[in-house]
Design a protein around this ligand. Structure first.
Ligand code: MSP
Length: 571
């Protein structure tokens, strides 16, 4: 076996992941198994990709596509349909519809929804198979091992544990998921995965950001140091009918993971039109990393295509500290969350609290706390206070006065000429640097950090407003009026920045906020976002402009659900 040096590769500074001006980009979510309804983990995968896609669009980074869809073939679906007393096509039609509905309702801005049962996908898979075969990457062999239907893969002994089944008989289960495995022996087509260890290693060495965040990159390197046996890529049709037949050999069905991975190519028109969109960037959960960062790049290399540009990996959501599972009955339904917390409230929660490097915990009180304090109170409150008729009776974007807030080169030398304090200058500097900071965090797949920075600035803006008590200023005094206008101008400028930056995460609320400020749709791009131009002596297009209509509270505080009130009483 080839020995690879065990070491951590040095990592160059972070580079834009899914940006780069004028460049086309295909971003994808995984395609979801059509054996059961969506849960919040699925939604999280899709929201991460959606926020990146929206962010890229707002930056004017070039044409982009966002693909998603359902994974409909395989033993898992075949068995789920039998258990539900229905046929696989009927089950898939229903479940695929639920995924489409959940993603649409959550505002996932997908440009393509692929179903692996679609003829366009089946054609692409068969062509891909033909390319593998013609390239000499396949051979027929006899394969035996422990197959885990839930994970749709063979598992080595090292990943198994001994348990007892429901009848008390000894059985083997997957260490990772606890699902039972079955000994399977068949004639299969095998893929020469072992031959791709060196090319995979080289690819990762040359592209240290190919798998991100870093702990997952290191995990892939470790896999490559271990045994990398050839991969069984078909099943006997007698056992698996629900799938795509191997071209020229109807006794075999193509392995569901090969079938599923090719979705990333079929959405961009493989084998004829994919050129300008390939390679793409995939967002995936940690459980399917090996399929995406080892098998998929090797399969692509075998047909002469480039490996994915990047694989962005996230961890899992637990519920009250427990893994979500049907058997525990703690699977959280995204429809009910969107109903309870609103679409934007729930999007915000998942993206603000979801840290790709580690598992995150969901529970009702946490959603209320985060969403109420950051969206309803801090952001909504700030808009409410700074646009209140009592404080801004003309309902306009008031003027900024340079004499009240003179430009200084260092926040410590405020000279005492204006009304602004050293703290105000520091606060201005934080908001001014926010767009670049947020962009860097989006590019580094750290959306939660971008939101943390925004929230910090919202707090600082509230502090600024509170500190100067604009409601105490005497509007009849021209000096005081200038300062009052300046305070409101600065606050509205901050809100404009926050609203613009929040668009990829809470699109409805951001739209409401920007409309209230009178910011036109064509003025909401991230590429042309300039904060407080009047401070640098440049004209501000908003100054003197009428504010948009007041359509009510920006974000209503969420109430504890009845069910949770009852639970709390019981405790
Ligand atoms: N069908 C395969 C993917 C094929 S892609 C070519 C699959 N489907 S899945 O429905 O099981 O999972 C889809 C996504 O949801 C994966 O990224 C997975 O990691 C993610 N999640 C499943 N459970 C999750 C949590 N509890 N938390 C967060 N994401 C989770 O795998």
């Amino acid at each position: 076996m080839l020995r690879l040096p065990r070491r951590r590769l040095p990592r160059p500074p972070r580079r834009a992941a899914c940006t780069g001006p004028g460049r086309r980009l295909l971003l994808s979510t995984p395609i979801f198994y059509a054996n059961g309804p969506p849960h919040i983990g699925h939604l999280y995968s899709a929201l991460l990709a959606d926020a990146l896609h929206r962010h890229r669009g707002l930056r004017g980074a070039g044409p982009g596509r966002l693909s998603t869809g359902t994974d409909e073939h395989g033993l898992k679906i075949q068995q789920a349909a039998a258990a539900a007393g229905t046929s696989p096509p009927e089950l898939c039609e229903r479940v695929s519809g639920l995924f489409r509905q959940a993603l649409t309702q959550a505002g996932v801005s997908f440009t393509d929804f692929v179903r692996t049962s679609q003829p366009r996908h089946q054609r692409a898979v068969q062509r891909f198979w033909g390319a593998l075969r013609d390239g000499g990457a396949l051979y027929k062999g006899s394969y035996e091992g422990w197959y885990c239907t839930a994970e749709e893969c063979f598992l080595p002994e090292s990943q198994l544990a001994e348990r007892r089944d429901a009848q008390g008989r000894p059985c083997k289960v997957s260490l990772e998921t606890g699902h039972q495995v079955h000994w399977t022996k068949e004639e299969n087509y095998m893929f020469r995965l072992s031959a791709f260890r060196d090319p995979l290693w080289k690819w990762l060495q040359e592209n240290p950001h190919a798998v991100s965040p870093d702990p997952f990159y290191q995990r892939v390197l470790r896999w490559l140091e271990e045994d990398l046996p050839d991969l069984s890529v078909s099943r006997e049709s007698s056992r698996l009918q629900w799938g795509i037949p191997v071209p020229g050999d109807p006794t075999q069905t193509i392995y569901v993971w090969v079938d599923a991975l090719v979705n990333y190519l079929s959405v961009v028109g493989y084998p004829t039109a994919h050129g300008e969109w390939w390679p793409g960037v995939h967002v995936v959960g940690k459980d399917i990393l090996k399929f995406h960062a080892v098998y998929w790049p090797a399969l692509l290399m075998a047909v002469g295509l480039r490996p994915p540009e990047q694989i962005l990996v996230h961890s899992h959501w637990t519920v009250h500290g427990q893994k979500m599972s049907k058997s525990l009955g703690n699977v959280v339904d995204p429809f009910s969350c969107m109903g309870q917390y609103t679409v934007d409230g729930f999007r915000y929660f998942l993206l603000r609290q979801g840290v790709p490097e580690r598992d995150c915990d969901y529970y009702h009180e946490k959603v209320l706390k985060v969403v109420n304090s950051e969206l309803a109170d801090a952001l909504g409150g700030l808009l409410n206070r700074s646009t209140a008729l009592s404080i801004n009776p003309s309902n306009t974007y008031p003027c900024f006065s340079e004499s009240c807030f003179p430009k200084v080169s260092d926040s410590r030398e405020t000279k005492g000429t204006g009304r602004a304090s050293a703290e105000d200058y520091e606060f201005l500097a934080s908001v001014a640097s926010l767009p670049l900071q947020v962009a860097a965090y989006f590019e580094g797949f750290q959306i939660y950090k971008a939101l943390e920075c925004i929230t910090l600035c919202v707090r600082q803006t509230n502090g600024f407003f509170q500190r100067h008590r604009p409601w105490k200023l005497d509007r009849k005094d021209p000096e005081e009026q200038l300062w009052l206008d300046t305070i409101i101008h600065v606050t509205l400028e901050c809100l404009r920045i926050f609203g613009t930056l929040l668009q990829p995460v809470i699109p409805h609320t951001a739209d409401k906020l920007l409309s209230r400020l009178g910011v036109e749709p064509q003025e909401r791009a991230l590429s042309s976002l300039t904060f407080l131009p009047r401070y640098s002596g440049k004209p501000c297009p908003f100054e003197g402009r009428q504010l948009g209509p007041d359509t009510g509270i920006l974000f209503h505080r969420l109430e504890k659900s009845r069910e949770h009130q009852r639970e709390t009483k019981k405790l």
